[in-house]
Design a protein around this ligand. Sequence first.
Ligand code: TRP
Length: 333
Amino acid sequence: MEEKKRILSGIQPSGALTLGNYVGALRNWVELQKTDEYDCYFMLADLHTITVRQEAKDFRKNAMDLLALFIACGLDPEKNPIFFQSHVPAHAQLSWVLTCNTYMGELSRMTQFKDKSQKHTGNINAGLFTYPSLMAADILLYQADLVPVGADQNQHLELTRDLANRFNNAYSETFKVPEGYIPKVGARVMSLQDPMQKMSKSDPNENSYILLLDSPDAVVRKIKRAVTDSGSEVRRGEGKAGIENLMSIYSAMTGKSLEEVEAEFEGKGYGIFKAAVADAVVETLTPIQARYRELMENKDYLQQVYRSGAEIASRTAAKTLAKVYRKVGFIQP
Ligand code: TRP
């Protein structure tokens, strides 16, 4: 039997999830899982999150919320492990070895490091700098063939490939060199207030994003306030970035193509269109939120999910780590 290709996916539990995270990442993972073509590992990248200072209480809440939302959005822990990065010590262990094989110059060129150190001038810590070596460890530990990443993580994936090749050349074939995975349908959801920016929960204007746990009222209000343009036609085109963003959200929620959306709202105006977008979003979020609330009532189940996830992940990760330690020349314990 041919072995399935392996996929490692990760999101940081650094705050509430947005509709952008859902459409751009989680929903695609659910689809990938459904195909049964891949061996998936779904990781909550909590070690990465502390590169920015977290309040412990909020951090715990965000981490549990994210786990529950993974499942509420449709990831099935019976099929593929869902685990916290911090529960698999091999991540930190391999990351040290990789850090010792990463050049300062490479890390200095990472645009995310430059951005984040500008944003958090009071806490430009060494972890923020070596973050890409940890991310490389996440991926290489599982010998992943594919990694679904957004454009903002491409540079980190490129570095991961470089590190894999560097280690393989220095110590003999050890790591699979991973490829990026770009989903077939993956709309990028933009800010509702500035359609040139990606929708982001770190935006200070809360009307710019929709959270997966937003109430129906909040969804309706935010979409009503979304910027459009001075025209009145629901169609794509020059200067229509705001409307196009709403169209692509509607399309993502309903499965209709952009052409179909244009046809559906021909001659109808923005008011009617926005109401329909809000309805479609609420309809998608309602069952997810209901499932989320159920799961949050059942902490024992969540614990069982992440414990068995970590056990499975640890087994795979330990094999790679053992190989690496041996090749580097550490004495067998
Ligand atoms: N750095 C990623 C982000 O912030 C999260 C992440 C950590 C990740 N490790 C990963 C993504 C491994 C893919 C693979 O979005």
